[in-house]
Design a protein around this ligand. Sequence first.
Ligand code: FE
Length: 212
Amino acid sequence: MDIQAFFKLSYGLYVVSARSGEKKYGCIVNTLQQVTAEPPMLSVAVNKNSVTAKAILDSGRFCGTVLTETADLHLIGTFGFKNSEAVDKFAAFSTKEDENNIPYLTEHAAARYSCEVAGTLDLGTHILIIGKVTEAEILSDEPVMTYDYYHRVVKGGTPPTAPSYKGNISHKPAQKAQWRCKICGYIYEGDPLPADFVCPICGQGADKFEKV
Ligand code: FE
């Protein structure tokens, strides 16, 4: 099987969020999509070990938010590479709460969809969650973030927990020397890697980088 073939699939970049009691949960996904129009339903595949997945399944509700191209590595690092049990991921950003008190981003966001869980499918490493949309709202007219834009322009990595993880194989041959963060996959271009370099996605130091 040529796993490069999977690079031909296109995705967006989204935050799915949930609430369980007082606790707020959220994580980045690239697998949110509309699956039916009447009634409007979305599907999302979330890693089974994710605390956000547990909160969605416990509460039976979630909110999906479409990120815009303005979403930077600080936002993606916070929602993509930190744990909602350890930090309030929403604290540093402008947010609102939907009718189910689920937080969602109001900056770097194009639209949000509030959903109730209508079904699930166990996929082994991930769980596919079907959500019936109960509320939808446009948040801005900024261009939406595609996964391709994230890799090409934002130069972000893919965590091993993502459904589309392929070992962080580059889309194109490297032109310059590259250093890869062993934690999140972020690629630094240049040589040498500065000794005081801090990964802009996951916050780890230069000792966690390896030369590609
Ligand atoms: Fe990193």
